[in-house]
Design a protein around this ligand. Sequence first.
Ligand SMILES: *Cc1c(COP(=O)(O)O)cnc(C)c1O
Length: 363
Amino acid sequence: MLQFKPHASPTPADTRATLLENPGFGKVFTDHMVTVRWTADRGWHDGQVRAREPFALDPAAAVFHYAQEIFEGMKAYRTASGEVVLFRPDANARRFVSSAERMAMPALPEEVFLAAVEALVRIDADWIPSSEGSLYLRPFMMATEAFLGVRPAQEYVFCVIACPVGAYFKGGAKPVTVWATDEFSRAAPGGTGAAKCGGNYAASLLAQAEAIRNGCDQVVFLDAAQHRFVEELGGMNVFFVMEDGTLVTPPLSGTILPGITRDCVLTLGRESGLDVQERPYSFAEWQADAASGRLREAFACGTAAVIAAIGEVRSPAGAFQISGGVEGPVTGKLRDQLVGIQRGVVADSHGWVRRVSVEAAAA
Ligand SMILES: *Cc1c(COP(=O)(O)O)cnc(C)c1O
């Protein structure tokens, strides 16, 4: 269902090579994008792989007013043997469907999602950094219907763009400091916390700015109802490693985004003999366990950074460190395993890695 309209004048190879030297995150984009349209009468149609360019949208497009927008974040990697792979793209496709349902948007068939992502990876394969970096893929969908009435829109565009990104941990994995906000909430019961929608991020930005003002890297949110239980960071899930070998993470109760990295960590943790517990963990417990030494490690996880140790927690009530603020062995081991599977140097016993044939583009 995808029509190919390759870029008439793609970025020259030497310019691309310069851009790939230090791409940063989310600033350098590839030459193409994929778009598929949806209308109430025609369903999904007009799929195109085409030159990346700005959208022309009516000022009344519903996304500008009522924020019907969802997205995904995933990566294509070059493995040690030079193959191009995606990591659990089927899980992203499924989550995109559930996010769409929550936002009263049309479900994009999983096979269309996968075909679009793979088509973009294939046509822009030369943009995948060869070594430590990866190609970050951003599928998203927005309401484009020009109508100011409040109801689900009847026109949408699904789009995938891509940007090469460098190694997140260049120069070693430095533990992050998180800010526990007592004022702001990310998601409330019955709200949109489990959907990957732009609105959740808009709601988190002020708290994130507060975190930065307090010398922290990221904000960690507590539950909206009682401000007692740890939920997650603005865009990463959170785990706790106890001295007795338990691995604790907050349960998916509707206010937490069901991270694919989170799911991998649960699986790998179980397999490595940890006692995995999905249970509410209060901020008071966190503080007490860090002080007593019962808590050995804490880390955040998500596609962008994979796994990042949390070394210090600050809040309006004070600060505390976890194991002296240095990364612990369980955190490091889980990251090495996960990155190893993604890079094809650790056996993929779960069928998580999906190969993309890019011969045509490489020829
Ligand atoms: C995307 C996201 C995550 C991490 O999900 P992954 O599938 O592991 O990348 C965690 N929390 C929030 C709020 C997110 O948007």
